[in-house]
Design a protein around this ligand. Structure first.
Ligand code: ADP
Ligand code: GN1
Ligand code: MG
Length: 354
């Protein structure tokens, strides 16, 4: 680790470098130096992001763009370039590493404790999308092609079922049936994107609450982090993925499925925050936000199920059936979101009317 750190202009002598956070993708470390400066060091998951050069070019451009537009430096992530000016370094085993300034005095929530936190989170993602409207989307690399292409996610699931590499298909027939029962409904957003009826914007695409940092004193959102998946996308993806994670009454890997449902009040709170920050949405974009919640939840369940069938090669797991548990919570939540769709549509249109 020291060899890697030496290749960045770190201030002070490194006194600790410990695993940090609970992301599913990258390996994250908190680095502290003897003068108290903190950094985030990450080994980029090159299995998930094979085009590291394109990925890091995106991140350098987006962080620089945002830094120029915020008042407080803590409102944008700051990438520390290596001594040679490159946005990342490669170690002798081919590992790719990057460093960010640690956003000091911030907290990263794993679950919503107060409704106000969720409002802040919504405002942060809405604001990110609003600010990024001035960024030219065509300069961004697509770091994961077809990331939220739901029909493509279904094709990948079908391929995993056909291959049945781990001989697990026999144990998940109920989950497969549920996945298929919503296939058409959750493919609608993609069709509307393809036809141009929904505009493609620069979106974050991974809007979990633990991808937002809040001020530890005021509780106000500071900035959005985890910019690996910033790509052209739909407003409904960002809205929907936040609902999937933050307006759920149980954790993504809760075993007791009776605890998992949609918190409709939190859905309303998020809608208020998101629409307050992001006022440029078209009527169809606003109308399809509830479908975004259903689609992102179901799609995530499909992704967990696919990874389970393929032998857990994508998401980090901490127990053998972790991806299956995650799939089940997502499908339980998707069923609840579907039940509530008329109510959610009512909420969104009433918030939008003001
Ligand atoms: P992953 O893609 O694996 O989710 P993230 O980029 O989200 O990785 O980082 C993992 C965790 O590290 C975050 O959830 C957050 O707790 C922490 N983190 C990341 N960047 C920063 C930062 N600049 N300042 C403070 N904490 C950070
Ligand atoms: C991953 O990196 P992290 O933990 O914020 C995943 C998201 C999933 C999420 C499910 C690049 O997010 O798409 O929705 O896990 N990120 C990537 O928790 O695949
Ligand atoms: Mg993350």
């Amino acid at each position: 680790m020291n060899e890697i750190l030496k290749r960045f202009p770190i201030t002070g002598r490194v006194v600790s470098c410990e695993p940090y956070g609970s992301g599913h993708i990258n390996d994250t470390y908190r680095v502290e130096t003897d003068n108290g400066t903190l950094y985030i060091l990450q080994r980029i998951n090159t299995h998930v992001f094979p085009n590291v050069a394109g990925l890091m070019q995106n991140i350098a451009a987006v962080t620089e763009f945002l830094s120029e537009r915020v008042k407080d430096p803590r409102e944008a992530m700051h990438l520390v370039r290596a001594n040679d000016g490159a946005p990342y370094v490669v170690d002798d085993k081919g590992g790719c590493w990057r460093i960010y300034d640690f956003v000091t005095g911030s907290v990263c929530l794993q679950k919503i404790e107060r409704a106000q936190d969720f409002y802040e989170c919504a405002y942060a993602f809405g604001n990110f999308q609003r600010m990024m409207a001035a960024f030219s989307a065509d300069t961004l690399s697509e770091t994961i092609p077809n990331f939220h292409n739901t029909p493509d996610r279904y094709q990948k699931l079908n391929r995993a079922i056909a291959e049945d590499r781990m001989h697990r298909v026999k144990d998940v027939s109920e989950e497969i049936a549920f996945a298929r029962s919503l296939a058409q409904e959750v493919s609608k957003l993609h069709t509307l994107r393809e036809s141009g009826e929904l505009p493609t914007r620069v979106t974050h695409n991974d809007t979990k609450i633990n991808n937002v940092l809040m001020d530890e004193v005021t509780g106000k959102a500071l900035c959005v982090i985890d910019l690996d998946t910033v790509m052209p996308g739909l407003a409904a993806y960002d809205f929907g993925d936040s609902i999937r994670f933050g307006a759920a009454t149980a954790a993504e890997d809760e075993e007791d499925l009776s605890r998992m449902r949609l918190d409709v009040d939190l859905f309303e709170t998020y809608t208020r925050g998101f629409l307050a920050a992001c006022k440029n949405l078209t009527p169809l974009e606003i109308e399809t936000l509830p479908l975004g919640a259903l689609t992102m939840t179901q799609e995530c369940g499909v992704r967990f199920l696919t990874d389970y069938l393929e032998g857990d090669t994508y998401f980090k797991i901490h127990r053998p059936d972790h991806n299956l548990l995650r799939c089940r919570t997502q499908f339980t939540l998707a069923a609840d979101i579907k039940r509530h769709l008329p109510k959610l549509t009512e909420i969104v249109s009433s918030v939008a009317r003001g």
